[in-house]
Design a protein around this ligand. Structure first.
Ligand code: HEC
Ligand code: HEC
Length: 284
């Protein structure tokens, strides 16, 4: 073009474009830049051929390698289920006590049980079974319903005062309804305190205890698992160990409810959870 001229300062030709007296130099692109650019174009073409790339009206181009992250995932999951199947089969077939004797099965149970516990149980029982008022500690050796593997499995399966027909169930009677006088309730609360070595003994309280409470909680407060009646001698309290808390519980008892997991966890998962709970500290 006529306007192209050589710039004296840089020695480079101009493009011929000019705006308000400012002329544009036609500096060539550096070679390294150009070749990188061509390489990326080449790369993208090769990529389009090998891998899924372009949408079509109803599908997409699959690429000659047949790669698909979804297919890969499905294959991974199938492989995992296969690997697990051998575990779950053994798990389903064996009684829980035998599972705990096999080191490999025990490892599988603990890994799964930990996750199951965190997802399902920790909201009430605390992480690692640390408990909360009204929700028993599962990491100690104080069991209201039983701490063997089978007992724990049963508790998980049927729940406690749950909606399941086979639930563990019992009810501490209400003693305040003209049944025991406030004085008697205070006295028996004193007696209960003295069972765990705090507070002073009360002869009147001991008498009430023997008549009204021993049938469930045991003659000496050792607890009664048939009724889920807590041991009263160990200073471990579901509802608090102050005299007010005891008076409240005796006068108007709370009844803890633990849901059942028969529908929500599989047989294998309940075994895993039971083994995990059993390992938390106080399994029998
Ligand atoms: C909604 C709250 C809640 C959830 C969730 C829950 N529990 Fe419980 N659990 C309780 C309560 C409340 C009790 C005490 C019932 C009672 O008063 O006897 C209990 C009692 C127990 C006991 C009996 C303890 C003993 O001393 O005998 C075991 C074992 C147990 N839970 C395990 C589990 C496991 C395992 C899970 C998870 C699969 C779970 N719980 C989920 C509320 C819950
Ligand atoms: C029918 C059986 C039964 C009788 C009778 C009974 N209890 Fe209970 N008691 C229970 C049960 C079951 C629980 C646990 C309630 C729960 O898990 O929510 C309990 C809980 C308690 C607690 C709370 C323990 C804690 O860890 O916080 C105290 C205290 C107690 N009872 C004292 C008494 C006294 C005192 C009497 C007699 C006046 C008595 N109970 C009579 C069944 C009984």
């Amino acid at each position: 073009m006529a306007n192209i001229e050589r710039d004296e300062v840089s020695g480079t030709d101009t493009t011929g474009h000019e705006w308000d007296g400012i002329k544009e130099l036609n500096t060539p692109l550096p070679n390294w830049w150009l070749w990188t650019f061509y390489a990326t174009i080449l790369f993208s073409i090769v990529y389009w051929i090998l891998y899924p790339a372009w949408p079509t009206l109803s599908d997409y181009t699959k690429g000659v390698l047949g790669y698909s992250s979804r297919v890969n995932l499905t294959e991974d999951l199938e492989a995992r289920d296969k690997a697990r199947e051998s575990w779950t089969k053994q798990f389903a077939a064996l009684p829980i006590a035998d599972i705990a004797k096999d080191r490999k099965l025990l490892e599988f149970a603990m890994a799964g049980g930990k996750v199951i516990f965190a997802d399902n149980c920790a909201p009430c029982h605390g992480s690692q079974g640390s408990g909360a008022p009204g929700y028993p500690v599962l990491a100690d050796d104080d069991w209201n319903w039983g701490g063997s593997l089978e007992e724990i499995e049963t508790t998980i399966r049927f729940g406690i005062r749950s909606t399941h027909d086979d639930t563990r169930v019992s009810e501490m009677p209400v003693f305040s309804d003209d049944y025991l006088s406030p004085t008697q309730i205070a006295a028996v609360a004193d007696h209960v305190l003295s069972l765990s070595g705090s507070g002073s003994a009360s002869a009147a309280g001991a008498e009430v205890y023997a008549e009204e409470c021993a049938a469930c909680h045991g003659e000496n407060g050792e607890g009664g698992r048939d009724f889920g009646a807590p041991r009263l001698t160990d200073g471990i309290w579901l509802y608090g160990g102050t005299k007010e808390a005891l008076v409240a519980q005796i006068g108007n008892p709370k009844h803890g409810v633990m849901p059942h997991w028969e529908d929500r966890l599989s047989d294998v998962e309940r075994k895993q959870a039971a083994i995990y709970v059993h390992s938390l500290g106080g399994g029998e």
